[in-house]
Design a protein around this ligand. Sequence first.
Ligand code: G3P
Length: 222
Amino acid sequence: MKLFIDSANVEQIKKINNDYPVDGVTTNPSLIAKENRSLFPLIKEIRNIIGETKLLFVQTISVDSESIVNEALRIWEILNRNVIIKIPVTVEGIRAIGILKKHGVKTLATTVYTPMNAYIAAKAGADFVAPYVNRIENLNGNGTQVIKEIRQIFSNTKFSSEIISASFKNVQQIKAVSLSGSDGITVNPQLIEKFLEIPSIKEDVQQFNLDWETVRDEVDSN
Ligand code: G3P
């Protein structure tokens, strides 16, 4: 299962990319806006940090399909065709995904709330779909169940689109989708760090070191 950093903050991306086995970075307009920087210099800096082989996702903000396609093609060319274009699953977005497929542009259908959102995006040609787990649960939905059903539909219809689950507020949600057939997860840096934040690990390591100290002289002199 792939792991992506959901952030546009270069300092956080540098740290997580260095410390953890990540497969790339996902951004969206809200994350970019927080950084208060121009889009392309920021995105290019993120590309430099993660290198050429990891995946980088950039979202369009246009509303009608023609503008989405033009914006996507511009991002695609500026990023040397090494970027995946995120497009929300509106009617216009779905049309744009179909057109971009013909241009050979890779896309991720975002703001996925239901299995049928994912189905229509995959059928239009999206390479990835991103169900918003926490936002689904805030609407009294079951994020994990949505992932399971998308998995089932993709298997039944033999779609090759990958499910990259997004929008998490805790590690339990991440574990649940990981057990439900998600191909990948995109997680904010603070939550990725929680994967290893288990006090017992630190305590165990301290105890191992203490125990080792008591015999070290003896072992060293043999
Ligand atoms: O990648 C989509 C994600 O950023 C949405 O997450 O936490 O704003 O619901 P959130």
